[in-house]
Design a binder for this molecule. Structure first.
Ligand SMILES: [Zn+2]
Length: 249
């Protein structure tokens, strides 16, 4: 389930690009994304667990770039102990395909895995990684890309759905699994519009599109990010209090 949807030439697209391409990598680009991941898991970890069961391990879609930018981001988000389950095998991944052989399994794979990725375009990388985990024994893999890119020029249906999603405000408190469950009674207008966007409920989370000045969609506000940082700190504190009982590192 993507944390956000985004299009080219938006603030989130720029942030993700800087996070991936700035040389050397910069904390100022990584931190807001780590906070977004922390906030998402904090708000909706239970939603994911309700459908997939409690995850036994948290891992990332590995990249050939070392040290891994994404691993640093996930550690900073402090959403749980990170286990390196996959490493790139050197095999190719092409768009829209599923290539589990592109990854080698580096550790014992438990039944339920939360698989974090940074960006998702065709989904080939995340699907291939999930397939590799399943071949190695995972029963359920919950994929959580931080940003799923949408190309509204792809076709009329995509354009229509994107327009519907853009009309919704960004709300970290709602995910496709819990949207409309009652937490947002004050947001009746958005709830009424929600069926319009029903085909892409995955996008309820995903409105980070402020190229129009934020008059319609809006990105996560500083307040959301502060709350996310606070949450991450509490989680980290809790993990320390628990004495690292998972012992994965
Ligand atoms: Zn939720």
């Amino acid at each position: 389930m993507p944390v956000t949807l985004y299009a080219k030439r938006t603030p989130l697209a720029a942030l993700l690009w800087r996070y991936k391409n700035a040389d050397p990598p910069r904390a100022v680009d990584r931190r807001p994304l780590a906070a977004l991941l922390a906030a998402f898991v904090g708000h909706h970890g239970a939603c994911l667990e309700a459908v997939a069961g409690q995850w036994d391990a948290l891992t990332t879609v590995p990249s050939r770039r070392r040290p891994s930018l994404l691993d640093a981001l996930v550690r900073e988000a402090a959403v749980g102990p990170l286990v390196e389950l996959l490493v790139p095998s050197g095999g190719a991944i092409t768009r829209r395909g599923v290539f589990p052989s592109a990854f080698r399994v580096a550790a014992a794979v438990p039944p339920t895995v939360l698989l974090v990725d940074d960006t998702c375009t065709s989904g080939a990388h995340v699907h291939s990684a999930a397939a590799a985990l399943k071949q190695a024994g995972a029963r359920t893999v919950v994929a959580v890309p931080l940003g799923r890119i949408i190309d509204p020029s792809f076709g009329a249906t995509t354009a229509l759905r994107w327009a519907a999603q853009r009309s919704l405000p960004y709300d970290i408190g709602r995910c496709p699994l819990c949207a409309g469950s009652g937490d947002d009674d004050g947001d009746a207008e958005a709830q009424q519009r929600e069926p319009v966007a029903g085909g892409v409920r995955g996008a309820v989370h995903g409105l980070v599109c402020a190229e129009d000045g934020g008059a319609r969609g809006r990105g996560p506000e500083a307040e959301d990010l502060r709350a996310a940082h606070d949450h991450a700190r509490r989680v980290r504190q809790g993990a320390e209090d628990a004495g690292g009982r998972d012992g994965d590192r």
